[in-house]
Design a protein around this ligand. Structure first.
Ligand code: FES
Length: 522
């Protein structure tokens, strides 16, 4: 009996092909001698989940875990795609430890605006920035909007959804070559059929997630994350999945790996191309072939073969310009660097491959916002005291602060500076940023402001120093002054009276533990 976790939802266009995938998985299961039975779970879309999709990821993981455990099934195929769904499903499946295959819905196709190829959502941000700078009008934004989401499927750049698809494949829990096929292609249907057949094979062999999702598999996944210039969100999600198996992902290790793993995949937002181009270039296997010397080749995959055996079974490489060789990287180090300092004692991260090289070493005056509402109220005011070399600081958008750690870390450039042509500034917060965004944006500052991290007591006018090469983030304020501020404005942690919010605020962990609930970690 093969369960199929069906995450179709009219609120989730990223899963708009789920019905077709269910049919294809069923064919694969039945042709292999299994009995397919689909079941629904929570489905989360980035745009339509309030207050933020991340607030619901752990809920979806609980639903997935308990439904797998409660219903009779010998293996399960998980249909995920939009940012939070694949992490939630892998967290749940890791805890349930029933044989499973992850199947992603696949990426959207790209569209075309006045002859320029566009795709969600790196190009959305660029056009929105131009609109804010009054370079284009509302009519044009409407026309671009129609082209950015050209089909069902997940965002077409190396955002969080594409990153998690690649990570699932690198972990060995999704089929080799399955990450990159766009949602509307015949390849996606073939992969779904093969995922069904593979689930039957897993039901027979009894190969469980804990034999696939090992410490070595997670190192392979982090290598891939660094080499694809992947989403910063994937650090949190991968940490959470590993935490379900009692595996601790060390940020220091991630940073050390980043120093020897260049960005090789030329996709937006770090590069030029889209997921459909990566698929034409051979998909993730083309990258794995290049990364082979850095991978743990003995890690098992859902096929029952090792990652090394899967790479050896690939055909000869062919000419393409999406996955670069080691000798010609997009960026000489991994896409993500880990920062530490008195402003982030538990760490912070920056997507250095998508940042402005001129700002990688920068000292500036803080312009602080207390929370998202404060930011919305003041950021576009002509009276805001801000200059291009200032450092924008946003507090209280961490796991407990917002709550749910929304993707508000990509602070907009203040309108008056945008109009003057400023494209990037150093921005710091305890929140997250969409994987489709770029800029000199420091994220996941830990501990967050709402639990008493030093960020809570930053004031406008303070000096802040960022030095990415030295991996340092420093608040140039004395310990005595910080102690005085703490005393003057004591911390009041967020709390709730009832319901999921109460559970969330009581149990959610910080970014360095994956923002999972403490009682769900192993
Ligand atoms: Fe679903 Fe981007 S909105 S992947």
């Amino acid at each position: 009996m093969i369960g199929i976790a069906d995450t179709a939802s009219a609120y989730n266009p990223c899963h708009g092909n789920a019905a077709q995938l269910v049919e294809a998985i069923k064919r694969g299961v039945m042709l292999s001698g299994g009995l397919p039975i689909e079941f629904p779970t929570v489905s989360i879309h980035e745009s339509f989940a309030h207050p933020t999709s991340m607030y619901l990821r752990n809920l979806m993981s609980i639903d997935t875990e308990e439904m797998i455990r409660a219903q009779p099934m010998d293996a399960v195929v998980l249909i995920g795609g939009c940012d939070k769904t694949v992490p939630a499903q892998l967290m749940g499946a890791a805890s349930a430890n029933v044989p499973c295959v992850q199947l992603v819905t696949g990426s959207m196709l790209t569209g075309s605006h006045q002859g320029e190829r566009v795709g969600a959502c790196t190009d959305c941000r660029r056009y929105w920035g131009r609109y804010r700078a009054e370079e284009i009008d509302a009519d044009e934004i409407d026309r671009v909007n129609d082209q950015l989401v050209a089909s069902v499927g997940t965002c077409s750049v190396m955002g969080t959804a594409s990153t998690m698809a690649c990570i699932a494949e690198a972990l060995g829990i999704a089929l080799p070559g399955s990450a990159s096929a766009p949602a509307v292609t015949a390849d996606r249907i073939r992969i779904a059929e093969r995922s069904g057949a593979t689930a039957v094979q897993l039901a027979r062999s009894g190969l469980k997630p804990d034999k696939i999702l090992t410490a070595k598999a997670f190192e392979n996944a982090l290598r891939v994350l660094l080499a694809i210039g992947g989403s910063t969100n994937a650090v949190i999600h991968t940490t959470a999945i590993a935490g379900r198996l009692g595996i601790h992902l060390d940020l220091a290790r991630l940073d050390a790996m980043g120093r020897e793993t260049p960005v090789l995949v030329d996709l937006k937002p770090s590069g030029r191309h889209y997921m459909e181009d990566l698929h034409r270039a051979g998909g993730l296997p083309t990258l794995l072939r290049e990364l082979k010397p850095l991978l743990h080749l003995d890690a098992l995959t859902v096929t029952g073969r090792t990652l090394g055996e899967e790479i050896d079974a690939l055909g000869a490489p062919f000419e393409q310009d999406v996955v670069r060789p080691f000798s010609n990287p997009i960026y000489p180090q991994g896409g993500i660097a880990v920062l530490r300092g008195n402003l982030a004692p538990g760490g912070a991260i920056i997507k250095q491959s998508a940042a402005d090289p001129k700002l990688m070493k920068h000292e500036g005056r803080a312009v602080a916002f207390e929370n998202a509402e404060d930011l919305a109220r003041r950021i576009d005011s002509d009276d805001l005291d801000v200059k291009a070399d200032d450092v924008l600081v946003l507090k209280n958008i961490g796991p407990k602060g917002a709550p749910g750690m929304p993707e508000a870390g990509y602070l907009p450039i203040p309108k008056k500076l945008a109009r003057a042509g400023v494209k990037d500034m150093v921005r710091i917060s305890d929140g997250r940023m969409s994987g489709t965004a770029g800029g000199t944006v420091v994220l996941h500052v830990t501990p967050e402001a709402a639990t008493g991290g030093p960020l809570a007591w930053v004031q406008s006018g303070d000096r802040i120093r960022l030095d990415v090469a030295a991996r340092a983030l420093s608040l140039l304020v004395s310990d005595e002054e910080m102690a005085r501020r703490r005393k003057q404005k004591p911390l009041k942690e967020p709390a709730a009276q009832r319901g999921y919010l109460k559970l969330f605020l009581q149990s959610v962990t910080q970014a360095d533990q994956g923002v999972d609930f403490d009682f769900l970690r192993k």
